[in-house]
Design a protein around this ligand. Structure first.
Ligand code: WTA
Length: 651
């Protein structure tokens, strides 16, 4: 920790005076109530969000049912419910496209709640005309355009289950997801703007569908003539034509479903095997994102919330789409890269639209730090009143830079810990209620009961590092892994009987603040992207020259972790720079460019236990340039370690 930085930052008196929750005692009382009287707590806090329900919960981990008796449609709860209120013509979303002229000319679109609702109803009608109905799975493979949100809400309106696949994924990764969830349709766009160039998307879909056919593809025209696309007749339809084909008398009615009806599947990386389809359900998820958006961001009616996450990730689902819209908030979405055309882009966006809450990731914050203070210095950031961070630990250096340079020292920072599986934020410091401690995430949110335990399940002492677990069900928890209940149990409930196992290590200080230290499994966090080592190894293994590989993370100033892959080659192959590039390209091809390894290291052998398990712990130390320490008693061939250390690191 840097000496001259305070370790405790209290909210300003001004912020506190207007905050929803103003002191720790109030937070404690409500948190306590949420655990001992969940029925009373949720009934009051949700105030009719879910309509009627009879019982707050039945069942325990791993299979609770929440808000028993609720019948609802999440799209209606996010849209229709606001139309009879003063929110009717309020901006639901403000969009800015990536291309920007030298005088700051940009393309922007604003959709009010009235307009967003109209678009969603129309597109739901289009999907219904194509035969999409309740329970059907639909893949959404799009960039950050308003129609991506329209598509999500239109699926939900029909009771269909969307699975958004991040637009950076390659055809292989897309087809495996289409197959895994048995999707009927894919919604995509011709291409998207990314860092000054056009990224083709429809052609990726075409390739994916060669091995994973679907009935229908709906294509939004974002780029137009300059990007020719092939349309397969009978299967592919332009978005506008699909909308024209709808039956205008139908499609508007939202399908009412049970609270436990599936809402969406989102694929994420696990420690073994292929990506897993995390399944969320309607009522519990909506309750979680609604409450956390309101409380963690201390939401006010006049806010403009910019969550910079792509809708392909859980953060985009929960804090671009469902949480804000359920609250009737205004959101900003931006199509492109933070440094397009230069590193001042984010700050111009904030000034141009008057963003008041910025929610982003430490990896982005570290990139901004590196690009220099002159960039934010060119824009007026006075509209900001609250900052948020998510995705990985935000170290004190980045925290203080964010606080001072972006927040002008006046904006509280909420560091929020949560996961694809938890659906909504689990830990943070409520901004008007308690002090922030840079480096530590903070306290449990409402309904959340976490602990840090030893391997035998007993509680750790204050400041003792252990495993982070959740001890009771919470509304927005995943319901299963789609089509793989076994993996759901094995991954989250078998490791620590009686608890939900997060896969993270952590410690709790005497004050109750939780510091999350990072993953204990084979999941990496590279520039905010969750990447499974097994997925990378599988991709590397598809290169014909590769015999075996092991992927590990190495600490990296910018990306949090960098991806290092140790590779052994088949006989007769030559380890050279060309092959290194070819292997990196292979990963980009199989998984996506964002997963391309930072470093490939060739080696004659990988360190293994006598039972043949790769000893990643040693590889991590070698990748980080540390001397290998610890127990080598199970290592099969000590010579392997010596050879690895002798250094065949990338030039
Ligand atoms: C890590 C992203 C420290 C953690 C919402 C978790 C964090 C994984 C934080 C989930 C944070 C997320 N501090 N670590 N504030 N937020 N993580 O599923 O290791 O993409 O298990 O969800 O990110 O990543 P996921």
């Amino acid at each position: 920790m840097t000496e001259d930085h305070p370790t405790h930052i209290d909210p300003s008196a001004e912020f506190r005076a207007r905050a929803r929750i103003r002191d720790r005692a109030d937070y404690e009382a409500r948190h306590q109530e949420s655990l001992v009287d969940p029925e009373g707590f949720w009934r009051r806090e949700l105030a009719g969000l879910l309509g009627d329900w009879q019982q707050v919960r039945t069942g325990e981990l791993p299979h609770p049912r929440w808000f028993v008796g609720a019948r609802l449609n999440v799209s209606e709860r996010c849209l229709d419910r606001h139309l009879d209120t003063p929110l009717r013509h309020k901006a639901a979303l403000i969009w800015e496209g990536e291309p920007e002229g030298p005088q700051g000319q940009v393309e922007t679109r604003t959709l009010t709640y009235f307009e967003l609702h109209r678009e969603v109803v129309r597109f739901a009608g289009a999907l219904a005309a194509l035969g999409v109905g309740s329970g059907d799975r639909v893949i959404i493979y799009m960039g950050m355009v308003p129609e991506a949100i329209v598509a999500m809400l239109a699926c939900v309106r029909l009771g269909a289950v969307h699975s958004v696949v991040f637009g950076g994924f390659a055809a292989e990764a897309l087809s495996s997801r289409i197959l895994d969830c048995g999707a009927r349709a894919v919604i995509t766009q011709d291409g998207a703007w990314r860092r000054g160039t056009v990224l083709a998307m429809k052609s990726v879909v075409d390739k994916a569908l060669e091995s994973a056919p679907v009935d229908h593809v709906v294509v939004l025209r974002r780029i137009g003539e300059t990007l020719p696309v092939t349309m397969q007749s009978g299967r592919d339809l332009w978005w506008d034509d699909a909308v024209d084909l709808r039956d205008p008398t139908r499609g508007g009615a939202a399908v009412q479903v049970d609270g436990e009806h599936p809402l969406f599947i989102l694929y994420t990386s696990g420690s073994t095997g292929k990506p897993k389809g995390v399944l969320h359900s309607c009522a519990g998820y909506l309750a979680g994102v609604y409450l956390t958006t309101r409380e963690a961001f201390d939401l006010r009616p006049e806010d403009l919330l910019w969550c910079t996450a792509d809708i392909g990730w859980i953060t985009g689902h929960s804090y671009v789409v469902y949480g804000p819209l359920a609250n009737g908030a205004s959101i900003l979405i931006y199509e492109g890269a933070p440094n397009a055309p230069d590193p001042g882009r984010f700050w111009r966006i904030i000034e141009r639209h008057g963003v008041s809450i910025l929610y982003t990731a430490p990896t982005a914050i570290r990139a901004f730090m590196r690009w220099g203070d002159q960039w934010p210095g060119k824009s007026d950031l006075a509209s900001l009143r609250l900052l948020g961070s998510v995705g990985e630990p935000i170290g004190p250096e980045a925290w203080h830079w964010y606080h001072r340079t972006i927040g002008g020292g006046r904006c509280p920072i909420v560091d929020t810990w949560w996961q694809t599986e938890t659906g909504s934020m689990m830990l943070t410091t409520l901004p008007g209620a308690v002090a922030a401690k840079p480096g530590s995430t903070g306290l449990p949110l409402f309904g959340v009961d976490v602990a840090v335990v030893r391997a035998d399940g007993s509680d750790c002492a204050p400041d003792e590092t252990g495993l982070l677990v959740v001890r009771r069900p919470w509304p927005s928890m995943l319901r299963t892994i789609y089509g793989n209940e076994e993996r759901f149990i094995a991954g989250y409930f078998a490791p620590m009987p009686g608890f939900y196992f997060t896969g993270d290590s952590a410690r709790i200080d005497a004050d109750g603040y939780v510091t999350v230290l990072g993953r204990v499994d084979d999941v990496l966090n590279v520039a905010g992207h969750r990447i499974g080592t097994a997925e990378i190894e599988a991709a590397v293994g598809t290169h014909p020259a590769v015999a075996e590989s092991a992927a590990v993370g190495r600490p990296d100033d910018l990306k949090g972790q960098a991806l290092v892959v140790f590779v052994t080659l088949r006989m007769g192959q030559t380890a050279d720079a060309g092959l290194r590039e070819a292997i990196r390209a292979q990963v980009a091809h199989e998984v996506g460019k964002f997963a391309r390894p930072d470093e490939i290291r060739f080696t004659d052998a990988l360190p293994k236990t006598r039972s043949g398990k790769i000893m990643r712990r040693f590889l991590k130390e070698i990748a980080a340039g540390k001397a290998t320490t610890g127990d080598t008693s199970t290592l099969e061939d000590l010579g392997v370690l010596a050879a690895l250390r002798a250094g065949n690191a990338e030039e």
